[in-house]
Every structure is written in C-alpha cells, then in structure tokens.
Design a binder for this molecule. Structure first.
Ligand SMILES: Cc1cc2nc3c(=O)[nH]c(=O)nc-3n(C[C@H](O)[C@H](O)[C@H](O)COP(=O)(O)OP(=O)(O)OC[C@H]3O[C@@H](n4cnc5c(N)ncnc54)[C@H](O)[C@@H]3O)c2cc1C
Length: 245
C-alpha cells in the first residue's frame, strides 16, 4: 500500500458522464488487475475507490462515472493538476485459474477493470470473449480497446440500439460462446444473474460503499459462505462459489 501524488496527463470523456483519467506517478505498489486505488477528493473526508483500468511502470489509468460530488470533482481535473491516491489496494483477478478460454462480462463502467485483466490473459496466450452491457448505444465504451488486444467482443444494450437487445446473459443465451472460466464486474443484479446463468467456475469483482479501503474499519464487510469478508481487503474479487446473493 502506498500513498502517491499523481499528475493528471489526460482526463477526457469516454461516454456520457464517464471519463478516462490517465495519471503519471509511482505505480510500484500496483501489482495486477482487479486492484483498486482510493482517490482523495478535495472537500471530502472519505476517499473514493476506483478500479485500476490500466497500468504500466509510469502511468495509471482510471475509468470512472460521475455519480455524485466526489466523481464530479475528479471530472474537473485538468492536465497538470495533482491527484492523491492510496495505491496497491485489494486482491486481484486470478488469471491462472482460467484453463484456456476466458469469458469476461462487464456491465457499464464495470468494463473498466476487465481491460488490464484482458491484457494479462492475452500475455498468457488465453482465448478471450468479452461481453459488455450498456443501457444504450451512446454509452458503449472500451469495445475497440478490447478488440485491439485480440478479444472477441459482443455488445448488449437494453434498448437494442447496439448489439443484442437485453442483458449480457441474453448474449450468452443466444450465441454459442465457448469458455471454461468467467470474470465479471458490474452492478449487483447483473452479477447475480451471471452467477446463476453460468455453470463454469469463475469470479466477480464486487462494489460496496467503503470507509478506509484498507481493511481496518470493516465498513464494507459482506457475509460469504466462508464467513464475513471485507470487500476492500479480502476482495474486491471473490470466487463465484463463495458468494451468497
Ligand atoms: C472496489 C471498488 C472499485 C470501484 N471502481 C470503480 C470504477 O472503476 N469506476 C467507477 O466509476 N466507479 C467505481 N467504483 C464506484 C465508485 O467508488 C463510486 O461511484 C464513487 O465512490 C462515488 O463517489 P461520489 O462522491 O461521486 O458519489 P457519492 O455522493 O458518494 O454517491 C453517489 C451515488 O453513488 C452511489 N455509490 C457511491 N459509492 C458507491 C459504491 N462503492 N458502489 C456502488 N454505488 C456507490 C451512492 O449510493 C449514490 O447513489 C468502485 C467502487 C469500489 C468499491
């Protein structure tokens, strides 16, 4: 865990109310996909957890949706501004658990943490199908990025304005997609539907309101089949079999 002051390189709109923020700074505490950072926001006591979307030796990229005051403050940052964040938080996706063919399912901004995971799966030579779900065509994002790293990408929109009409699980129902392991991130109802529709092993990244984000306050505890777990410290990634919906 490391406190880092980053410099904003880019903070540009990606979709309605959704931004991609590229930061320069010390990324040495960030190990792999699935982790998150706790971003300090001026005027707010609690930091805001945002997943690692992409990361290299010198830059960290976040993708976030403006839902309240904290993320609105972030969206006003300009190149050259500073952003403080606690880095190296949370566990990670387990790339080794996927035998050969990974299925990645992202709902809305839940697509963000799957990108670094996709790069790691690609580096291990695993095949990948990505299903991204949104409300409508104007919200579709990151599809090109996943395609560029060799994923077979499918889109679902609730109003049918892009891809398959319906949920990510409708794409699964209608198309014959080969996979032997899955990874999912998105709103809770989507994750619940995914876990009941898919019969292979897999894992999901959960979101809970968080206090400290580092395991001390127990504010984000959930009940699992293995007892209470902190989403920030024991998660945010949990195996499907552990979860109680
Ligand atoms: C591990 C983790 C990773 C996350 N990664 C991302 C990410 O990559 N991109 C992204 O856009 N968001 C992500 N989130 C959600 C993000 O933290 C919240 O949207 C953000 O903190 C809201 O701050 P705010 O001050 O703008 O809104 P607030 O004023 O705090 O809240 C506004 C609305 O958002 C809801 N909300 C706030 N926090 C959460 C939360 N943690 N989960 C669900 N709903 C929440 C509130 O209930 C309220 O309706 C993540 C959350 C967690 C726990």
């Amino acid at each position: 865990m490391k406190e880092v002051t980053f410099t904003v390189l880019e903070n540009s709109p990606l979709a309605p109310r959704t931004f991609r923020m590229k930061l320069a700074g010390d990324t040495s505490a960030i190990r792999c996909s699935g982790e998150f950072v706790q971003v300090a926001v001026e005027g707010k006591f609690l930091r805001r957890p945002i997943s690692v979307h992409d990361c290299d030796w010198e830059t960290l990229t976040l993708v976030y949706k403006v839902v309240g005051e904290g993320t609105a403050v972030l969206s006003a940052k300009r190149p050259g501004d500073r952003v403080r964040a606690l880095t190296g938080l949370g566990n990670s996706f387990d790339v080794d658990s996927c035998p050969h063919k990974a299925l990645l399912l992202g709902g809305g901004v839940g697509a963000a943490p799957l990108y670094l995971l996709a790069k790691e799966l690609c580096a291990q030579g695993k095949e990948m199908t990505v299903i991204l779900g949104f409300n409508t065509a104007s919200e579709v994002m990151l599809a090109d990025e996943f395609e560029q790293i060799g994923a077979d990408v499918h889109i679902a929109t609730m109003d049918g304005s892009a891809g398959t009409r319906g949920f990510v699980t409708d794409v699964l129902r209608l198309k014959n997609i080969p996979y032997d392991y899955f990874y999912a991130c998105g709103p809770k109802p989507m994750l619940k539907a995914v876990c009941s529709a898919i019969h292979t092993p897999g894992e999901v990244s959960l979101e809970e309101r968080m206090g400290c984000g580092a395991g001390f306050c127990y504010g984000c505890s959930i009940q699992t089949k293995n007892g209470p777990r902190r989403v920030c410290k024991d998660g945010p990634v949990f195996k499907k079999e552990e979860l109680i919906w």
